[in-house]
Design a protein around this ligand. Sequence first.
Ligand code: DON
Length: 309
Amino acid sequence: MEKIFEKDLHQWLEHVRIYANNGKVADYIPALANQQPEINAVAYYPIGDEVMKAGQFEYTFTLQSISKVLTLALALVQHGEKAVFSRVGKEPSSDPFYSVAKLEVNTPAKPFNPMINAGALAVTNMIRGRDSEEMVEEILKLVRLLTDDPSITYDEEVAKSEFETAFLNRALCYFMKQHGIITGSVEELLDVYTKQCAININVQKLARIAAVFANDGRDPDTNNPLIPLHVARICKTFMVTCGMYDASGTFAINVGIPAKSGVSGAIMGVLKKNGGIAVFGPALDKKGNSVVGMQLLEKLAEEKRWSMF
Ligand code: DON
């Protein structure tokens, strides 16, 4: 495992930017379809050192599925492992992230893991709060803590756009409600979920979140505990087994670090005891992962021997 320098980030981005042509910006959430496929950025946040960045690093995008790691951490802190895993499983599904298929073939209709949409919806359903507004505040509080940025909030347009078109996610919710996996109002749950997915961030802040996981749940600058060690460990394990959806196996072979992607085109990666990396490029491959992000992380693994295996 070799040291990473800012010049590496510039070089890698320069080398992989062309791959954006091989992907397509997500358009099933109408507000995401406006993203420019040629935009890209990368940031590396070493534990106890200065952040390094390249590309359009000030560009902001939404967390989308990356938020699932954070709501999982929050639910585990609030309710403990036993309660959380009574509602969601621990196994990879090998299905696309939006799939409904496995809910029907298993009894009880417990989603396979917290990284697919069904599992993430079940986890968000557990977040404490008297109403959706308080639940969203709880999630924002955690993201603000991990990014050390009290101004973090969600993009109302993206949240609204997803809320108005999330028919498949509603279907997953109603299915799980029928089977007692989720409780309460599906519309309120969708309100929270679409807002958590629409949380606005840039690569520097996202790399800081990854650095907290790299530092076993501790602040990468002050070393203060932010997430309990065992919770950080569970989250990282899910990132390895399910973080890149049905491409997680290939990613583990080609890159070999805990990582989580989102359909906005972001990926966060965890370099154990070293730091966090975040890549953004909105053009996606068929499985919903950023093509530029995947290529850049492959370069990192190849050139710096960063696979954990
Ligand atoms: O629920 C959805 O479909 C989106 N808000 C998030 C999906 C996602 O990011 C999958 N990622 N690759």
